[in-house]
Write a protein of this length. Structure first.
Length: 403
């Protein structure tokens, strides 16, 4: 019997709060009575409590959810709302049951005397070391609302930056996939019809036509091997990326050298690096500790290794600007702005300005890349499809001489 009480299952509930507003959410509990009793203590009159099916849809907590929660929490704390009440309001304002449950668990920990950063650290899949370190610094300095405001701004900026990079890469990848599918369809279903036609005519075919026919034969006879190789290649690269730090390091270094896309990735990395460092330093985190978090948040192995080396040098008393200069991967503008910031005592402000500058550079680069890629992709597709069409119709022009 005692064992049964420890088993908690998810319940979906609906009810009304003290103001009569309809609210709903999800809760882990040993039974329906426990859910109703807990809601009653929170001032909620439960009208419906149902055990959630094991086949019910699992709602994923996204980075956007965490950023929105952080912004709400910072706003409410600045307005003087008590911390526990702020957690309640945030949980009720989200429709995602998983996020409601997460915030409920954090609130329960804080309610029992756990510090907020320690409560966050229990959920590393949602709150990384950088987030928790900033919250810890805010708690120690008594400026939690200001720090949370900076964290929210940081998360929003990083989400916007990731969105820009994804949009820049998404269009050409999708077009290339569509081009491959169309080409494969032509090779599998259209070219064989031409092959039968030319076989009956008995004409000597041009070299270009023969090449296309041989490629079509490969698709027809070995289509399953082609699919297997493509699928296996994607799976192998994905697994190597997840499991092999050495592979990720090589890929990160290679991506920085790609024409057109390499400079875009470099600018985005510098913007992320500067924004992270500015947020940490402004929150009062010591420089050496801040650099440790910045290295993990750099997003590129080349910059991560350089930052770790800089951290070791700064710990021995070297200036940050000279260390950045010696690393050989950071742009001159960042180095000069850091030097000015160190001399004037406004390093966080200078780093924020660098981040703003490179984020605008990423915006412009993405806009320019989109306009550049459209004609480039059209040329590739036109050459590919046009080449196939020309190869197939060349023998037709000679058909009269054969007949």
């Amino acid at each position: 019997m005692a064992l049964a009480k420890t088993i908690e299952v998810p319940f979906l509930w609906e009810g009304t709060d003290k103001t009569g507003k309809k609210v709903k959410g999800q809760m882990l509990a040993p039974g329906e009575a426990f859910v109703r009793q807990t809601l009653r203590r929170q001032g909620i009159n439960a009208t419906k409590v149902n055990k959630q099916s094991v086949f019910a849809r699992v709602h994923k907590i996204t980075e956007k959810d965490i950023a929105l929660f952080t912004r709400q929490l910072a706003t409410m704390l600045k307005a003087g709302v008590p911390l526990l009440q702020a957690f309640d309001i945030s949980a009720r304002s989200h429709a995602n049951p998983s996020l409601q449950r997460l915030l409920g668990e954090i609130k329960s920990d804080v309610e029992t005397g756990t510090s907020m950063n320690a409560a966050f650290r229990k959920h590393p899949q949602y709150f990384d070391g950088l987030y928790c370190n900033l919250v810890h610094a805010g708690e120690q300095a008594g400026i939690l609302d200001s720090v949370l405001d900076r964290v929210a701004t940081y998360k929003e900026k990083m989400l916007a930056l990731k969105g820009q990079i994804k949009s820049a890469l998404f269009y050409p990848i999708i077009v290339l996939i569509v081009a491959f599918v169309i080409t494969a369809g032509i090779m599998l279903f259209v070219i064989p019809a031409f092959k039968d036609l030319y076989g009956k005519a008995g004409a000597d075919l041009p070299a270009l036509t023969m090449i296309v026919l041989h490629i079509s034969d490969l698709f027809v006879n070995y289509w399953y091997l082609i699919l297997l190789c493509i699928g296996g290649g994607v799976f192998a690269v994905t697994q190597a990326w997840k499991r092999s730090p050495a592979f990720r390091a090589r890929m990160d270094a290679w991506m920085l050298k790609i024409p057109v896309f390499g400079p875009l990735i470099e600018k985005a990395t510098v913007a992320r690096w500067s924004r992270t460092f500015a947020s940490m330093f402004a929150a009062g985190v010591p420089m050496v500790e801040a650099l440790d978090s910045v290295a993990g948040a750099a997003g590129n192995h080349v910059f991560m290794e350089a930052t770790q080396a800089i951290r070791s040098q700064v710990a021995t008393g070297s200036s940050l600007a000279s260390c950045l200069q010696g690393a050989g991967v950071f742009p001159n503008m960042l180095i000069q702005m850091v030097a000015i910031g160190e001399e004037s005592g406004s390093l966080d402000s200078m780093l924020s300005k660098v981040a703003d500058y490179y984020e605008r550079e990423v915006d412009d680069a993405v806009a320019g890349l989109s306009s550049l890629m459209e004609p480039f992709i059209m040329v590739i597709l036109g050459t590919l499809i046009g080449g196939i069409v020309i190869a197939m119709y060349l023998p037709i022009f000679k058909m009269g001489s054969v007949v």
